[in-house]
Design a protein around this ligand. Structure first.
Ligand SMILES: *Cc1c(COP(=O)(O)O)cnc(C)c1O
Length: 465
């Protein structure tokens, strides 16, 4: 393909992109295909000779598009939204065009320097104190794994990487039973083991980690000769939005000199609203590592996960490696690949810059405030529906409910709603029961979209009951 053809198709695709987004409300949110349907339409063998871009693109429309679930649809209420605000998409087009590997300062100084400034913009936006630095990772899973590795290395006097873990005894990590599965995975991969990830019960209206239970289990572990290594707290758990009391958890960590990581992957974005901080962010100052995903509620196209660090040194001691081919002259620069597990890095800071400049923090706050208030409004509507029960009250813009009947009725309603296509929601579990999760977070969602969900739920429920 020559660059004139590239320019032609590039314009075609950006027009297509705008049309796609404008027609989203008319499309079913979840793909309506069955397993194998798309694969069956793809030739089993690669072509030996070149094909025309016209043909590739027309097959894209015909074969691929029916198999897409529309994450940017304004009636996407499943999981958590993964927003791609238009300015962040434009930035990604530029990043794709430049296609730089931003592993070291010298491999693209602008990427490194902008990353430092964007992390600091977001630090201020989230009300974190001066002194925090950080790094942009691909996902919260990677940031959490980095933090768990730092816990492991710090607790072993930074000898785990060298010696392996055979003689290190049981390193223990503590959290509530509401944590995301990425925490389990990080503990598997870091060699901590599921048995040494101690999940504790929660208390109170925000399902916060029971701090008395935490104190007691650490004391028992010390008696048993185990080595406490770290605590993972959450603000806005994935299931029902569980949020820990950050200050009291941090106090326990300090009593035992434990490394702390806070998972605010989803709810971190809402902390740009100062009025929400009293409830969710009190005591955040002092956490060693904090992860939040601008690629969820804030609007920066996936992937974009910020890991704030009170002191990057433990993570650098854990992950930095410097073979001859990566050495650069001068130490006055930051080489972000030393802070993370992958070496190669995309220029992720650019989309944050485009996003924040295009909306201003106030424009982004307005969306989050709307989502929270519309979610509460819909929750009241569902509470009033005959036989329906609110299981967990709204935490930010997330709540869960049940329709009349047993667990299989819940799944049947979720499946029927998603087959209907007007909205998309997913199920969860709470207190041993299946629940229907509802979250508002898509960038273009309107109040009408949210309230329509209530009517659709009632309508589909009547048809399936
Ligand atoms: C989404 C989410 C994660 C995982 O995020 P990835 O970036 O997909 O790895 C972790 N924790 C919480 C609370 C989340 O909501």
């Amino acid at each position: 393909m020559d660059w004139d053809a590239f320019a032609h198709w590039g314009k075609h695709i950006s027009d297509w992109a705008a049309d796609y987004h404008k027609t989203l409300p008319e499309r079913p949110v979840r793909a309506q295909t069955s397993p194998g349907e798309i694969a069956a339409q793809l030739p089993p063998k690669p072509p030996e000779t070149a094909e025309a871009m016209e043909d590739v693109l027309s097959d894209f429309e015909r074969i691929v598009m029916p198999g897409i679930t529309h994450w940017q649809h304004p009636r996407f209420f499943a999981y958590f939204s993964a927003n791609a605000a238009p300015p962040s998409m434009l930035a990604e087009m530029l990043v794709t065009t430049i296609a730089a590997q931003c592993m070291l300062w010298q491999t693209s100084p602008a990427a490194t320097e902008m990353e430092g400034v964007m992390v600091d913009w977001l630090r201020q936006a989230l009300g974190l104190p001066e002194g925090y630095t950080g790094v942009i990772q691909d996902s919260a899973s990677s940031a959490t794994l980095s933090a768990v590795l730092s816990m492991r290395e710090r607790a072993t006097g930074y000898t785990g990487n060298r010696d392996g873990l055979c003689a290190k005894g049981n390193l223990r990590i503590y959290c509530s039973d509401q944590v995301h599965s990425s925490i389990d995975r990080a503990c598997w991969v870091a060699g901590i083991g599921q048995e040494n990830l101690v999940k504790l019960p929660t208390t109170g209206p925000r399902y916060a980690l029971d701090v008395d239970a935490l104190r007691k289990v650490i004391a028992d572990d010390l008696d048993a000769g185990h080595t406490p290594a770290g605590i993972i707290a959450i603000t806005g758990g994935t299931g029902v939005g569980a949020s820990d009391e950050l200050g009291p958890v941090l106090d326990v960590a300090r009593e035992h000199d434990l490394y702390t990581h806070l998972d605010a992957a989803w709810a971190g974005a809402a902390m740009i609203c100062p009025e929400l901080r009293a409830e969710f962010w009190q005591g955040v100052d002092g956490y060693d590592s904090i992860v939040f995903n601008p690629h969820k509620w804030l609007g920066a196209q996936f992937d974009c996960s910020i890991q704030f660090l009170a002191d990057p040194q433990p993570q650098l001691n854990t992950l930095k490696i410097e073979p001859e081919y990566l050495k650069t002259s001068g130490d006055a620069v930051t080489n972000y690949s030393e802070w993370t597990i992958p070496l190669g890095r995309r220029f992720r800071a650019l989309k944050i810059w485009f996003l924040i400049r295009s909306y201003g923090l106030e424009g982004l706050r307005q969306r989050i405030r709307n989502h929270v208030s519309w979610s509460c409004e819909l929750c009241e509507h569902i509470r009033g529906m005959e036989g329906f029960e609110i299981v967990t009250e709204p935490i930010l813009s997330l709540f869960s409910f049940r329709c009349p009947g047993d667990d299989s009725n819940q799944q049947r309603l979720v499946d029927a709603l998603n087959d209907d296509g007007r909205i998309y929601i997913t199920q969860g579990a709470f207190d041993g029961r299946k629940v229907i999760r509802f979250q508002v977070g898509q960038f273009d969602t309107t109040r009408e979209d949210v309230m329509m969900a209530g009517d659709v739920i009632e309508d589909v429920w009547r048809k399936t009951a």
